[in-house]
Design a protein around this ligand. Structure first.
Ligand SMILES: [Zn+2]
Length: 279
């Protein structure tokens, strides 16, 4: 998971210092610190994961993401959205406002509001500070510790050179079911507040559940990090039913821009094969 290329002694000194910092910092991470941590993660993600650079896709995911973030965020974060060039279905959030959606998920969404539901959910993990709390609670060297090493600069090059294994990292593995339920709740609210039809939230879950029956390996990562799908369909459907019908009537379900992006993604070369774990 982590490759310390510096002498072990120096690395363990770093871990000891950072463990202290982790405990000391666990009661309060300011928004500024959260953004610094997120930026550090995002820089590593950029080097370790293939990102779709097609301008149409980049501009669309940022437009849709910001449409949702601006109604959800009360801290004035600068948000960044990216499509990971992976056929695996997944999405994840990094503290401070970095949201990643896999190409496999965008391609499976049939309408704009289904993608918006997932993006709205991931935004919820950031605005509810699940991502930063998870980092604080993480005892994983390659998770919160690494970020704090970077943030506090108390660690030397051994930690700075450590790679985050995104495939197996505990940091990105999963939130609690309670966190997931809260993010779902935010996903519904964020879509409605952004003028987007919230039915896309349970619809996307349904699409992925159906895919699990026919092509389980494609959605493994999603189900590993987003448990309890049937319950979540029930909960979000109920939540939506509590809105006055008039409030939902004219919300946006789909858009030409979304369908253009889907066609563009489907026309791009296939996603690269996943990197071996730990590389
Ligand atoms: Zn989630």
């Amino acid at each position: 998971m982590v490759n310390f290329s510096a002498p072990i002694e120096r690395a363990s000194r770093c871990v000891a210092i950072c463990t202290f910092v982790l405990v000391a910092a666990s009661c309060a991470v300011s928004t500024q610190q959260e953004v610094q941590m997120g930026a550090s993660y995002a820089a590593q993600i950029d080097t370790q994961l293939p990102i779709v650079r097609d301008p149409l896709v980049v501009s669309y995911i940022n437009a849709l993401g910001n449409q949702l973030a601006k109604v959800a965020d009360t801290r004035g974060l600068t948000w960044h959205f990216a499509v990971v060039d992976s056929k695996e279905v997944n999405a994840f959030a990094v503290p401070g406002g970095w949201i990643y959606v896999n190409r496999g998920l965008v391609e499976r969404a049939q309408t704009m509001n289904q993608l918006a539901g997932v993006v709205g959910h991931e935004i919820g993990h950031v605005t509810l500070r699940h991502t930063v709390q998870q980092m604080q609670q993480s005892q994983e060297v390659n998770g919160g510790l690494m970020a704090l090493c970077t943030l506090t600069k108390v660690c030397n090059s051994g930690a700075a050179q450590a790679g985050i294994n995104l495939g197996g990292s505990a940091f990105f593995a999963s939130f609690s079911r309670q966190d997931e339920a809260q993010a779902d709740d935010q996903g519904v609210k964020n879509t409605v507040n952004a003028g987007i039809d919230p039915h896309g939230v349970p619809e996307m879950f349904r699409i992925l559940l159906n895919e699990r029956k026919t092509n389980p390996s494609a959605v493994d990562a999603w189900f590993a990090t987003h448990p309890g799908e049937e319950d979540r369909i029930t909960a979000t459907t109920k939540q939506i039913s509590l809105y006055p019908p008039a409030q939902l009537r004219n919300l946006q379900v789909d858009s030409d821009a979304f369908q253009r992006v889907k066609r563009r993604l489907l026309s791009l070369p296939p996603s690269p094969a996943p990197k071996p774990v730990g590389k």
